[in-house]
Structure formats: structure tokens, C-alpha cells
Design a protein around this ligand. Structure first.
Ligand code: 4AZ
Length: 288
């Protein structure tokens, strides 16, 4: 539910959990929201490009201030969702959030492993459309480089990783049940890239958003049960070892017929002019 999603995270997590108990007024049965989103625990060492976005000032220190996911695509460059950095979530423009950080190398948010790196610049896609959810991506520049090897490659247009039925993994510290059970440990769920026609059928356009094949992809399982959820936004969807999506939106979590919707990475590469990088811009992005 987009309206309860990142917006809910702008409130203390305990309130976000209470909010999910409110009947959602959707066509799906209310019980579907309690379907477990079907993830399993993973070690961040196995997907070191998966990072957490944090602001303890805004979200409290219990889970290291985690409020969204992100993905390292360069040693000083992290992609996340534009809606994670909206004023409704952060309470102020992102460049005024003094303690905005990326946490890398930490499986368990209750531990102090890995590193916390300050965000030195934030670029939010100015074309992000809150009504249909298109263009939901942002680029964070880090003040220090992440370790070599903690970067994932991005799948360009035409990459076979986008082919419907491809198995993919989505990673995050978000809600593990659809009922406000925010995970302390990193989890992943196995989902299938769905054909655009199925995504369009699922989301022909409502006040939650509209599926646009040019800039989105959707993934899930016919039976539901495996999905991203609140708090996973901005995090990676990876297939065949390459980044294909960023967690963006969907109706509820793990509901049959309501797959998760992701920002299509091939489309953001085109918008950013990263699809045919020159040696110079490629070097900048990789922090080399
Ligand atoms: C969110 O608001 C959110 N089930 C992320 C993913 C999905 C729904 C909501 C997809 O962060």
C-alpha cells in the first residue's frame, strides 16, 4: 500500500506497525496482508552492495536509524528510491538531514559491524512522479569510498536478466510479515520477473500508482507470498548477478495478483546518461 508505505516510516516504527492494522479498503482480502513475505536470512557479505539508509535523528536508534534500502553501484555512488528522500519521509529536504548515512557491511542492524558513511550529496530525480510512481530513483554520493568489491553491475537495456520468468532476489531490512515486523537482519526473497502484460493488468492505474513498462518492472509469484515490503524501498532486485530493479511500490506485500513494482534500472541508466558511459564519467561513478 503506497499510502502506508514510506509515509508510514516517517513516523516511529511502532506507529507504522499500528497503522498497518487499519483496514486497507482494497479489493484484496484483509488477511492477505498478513501473508509472510517469504524471505530468508542472508549475510551482507554475500551481497555487499546492499546498503541501509539511516537517520537516527529521524527514525530513532533502535535499528540504527534504518528507513530504506539502497544499492552501491560505484564505490561512492548509491542508488535508492526517490520516495525514500521525500519530505513526507524525512521531514525536511534531504540535504538538511544532517545525519543521513549509508550503512554498508552490516547484516544485523543491532550490531556495529561494517561502516557508516556520510552522504555528501543527494540527487533526487526531478521527474519522479508521485501520482503514478514513475522515475522513483535517486543518487547518493558518499563521503568515503566503500571497499572494492562492494559494487554490483547494472543490467542495461536488452540484458537477458529482464526476460520474464527470470529468477531474481530482492534484499532488505524491511517488514518481514506485512504487519510491521521490521527485520534486524538482512533478508532476501526469491521472486520471478513477470511479463509487462501481467504487471499492467495488476496495476492499470489507481491512486496507488500505475504500471509503466518503460520505467518499471514487476516481480513476484502467482501465489503471492514472496515480495518486498515497507522499509525495503530503494533496495536491490538482482538477477543473473546484475541489478535490474530498485524496490519502489506495490499494493500490500505478498498478495496474490499484486506483485512488487520496481524502478527499471535500464531506464534509469538512460535517464542518467550512464548507459554508454565515457571513460571519464565511468571513472567518476566508480570513484576511481
Ligand atoms: C514500500 O512502501 C513498499 N510489496 C515497498 C514494496 C512494496 C510495497 C510497499 C511491494 O516501501
Amino acid at each position: 500500500m503506497r499510502r502506508l508505505s514510506a509515509r508510514a516510516l516517517a513516523r516511529p516504527l511502532v506507529l507504522a506497525a499500528a497503522a498497518t492494522a487499519i483496514p486497507l479498503g482494497s479489493a484484496a482480502p484483509a488477511s492477505a496482508d498478513s501473508v509472510v513475505v517469504g524471505g530468508f536470512p542472508v549475510e551482507v557479505a554475500d551481497s555487499p552492495w546492499t546498503v541501509a539508509l539511516s537517520s537516527r535523528d529521524r527514525f530513532g536508534g533502535t535499528r540504527a536509524g534504518q528507513f530504506c534500502g539502497g544499492v552501491a553501484v560505484g564505490r561512492t555512488t548509491v542508488l535508492t528510491a526517490a520516495h525514500c528522500l521525500g519530505e513526507e519521509v524525512l521531514g525536511s529536504p534531504p540535504d538538511q538531514v544532517e545525519d543521513l548515512k549509508v550503512i554498508a557491511g552490516r547484516t544485523d542492524l543491532l550490531s556495529d559491524e561494517g561502516q557508516e558513511v556520510r552522504v555528501s550529496a543527494v540527487w533526487v530525480n526531478p521527474a519522479h512522479d508521485d501520482a503514478d510512481n514513475s522515475g522513483d530513483f535517486a543518487v547518493l554520493t558518499l563521503s568515503e569510498a566503500l571497499p572494492a568489491g562492494s559494487v554490483v553491475g547494472m543490467a542495461a537495456e536488452g540484458d537477458p536478466a529482464y526476460t520474464p520468468d527470470t529468477q531474481a532476489l530482492v534484499y532488505g531490512w524491511g517488514d518481514a510479515s506485512g504487519a510491521g515486523d521490521y527485520a534486524n537482519g538482512l533478508r532476501a526473497a526469491r521472486v520471478r520477473v513477470l511479463p509487462d502484460a501481467s504487471c499492467e493488468r495488476a496495476y492499470p492505474g489507481s491512486d496507488e500508482g500505475r504500471y509503466l513498462a518503460s520505467s518499471m518492472l514487476c516481480a513476484g509469484e502467482d501465489a503471492g507470498g514472496r515480495d518486498a515490503c515497507q522499509g525495503d524501498s530503494g533496495g536491490p532486485l538482482v538477477a543473473q548477478g546484475r541489478l535490474i530493479g530498485l524496490v519502489s511500490w506495490g499494493s500490500g506485500c505478498g498478495r496474490p495478483g499484486s506483485p512488487g513494482v520496481y524502478t527499471r534500472v535500464s531506464s534509469l541508466l538512460q535517464t542518467l546518461g550512464w548507459d554508454a558511459p565515457t571513460a571519464a564519467t565511468k571513472g567518476q561513478r566508480e570513484g576511481v
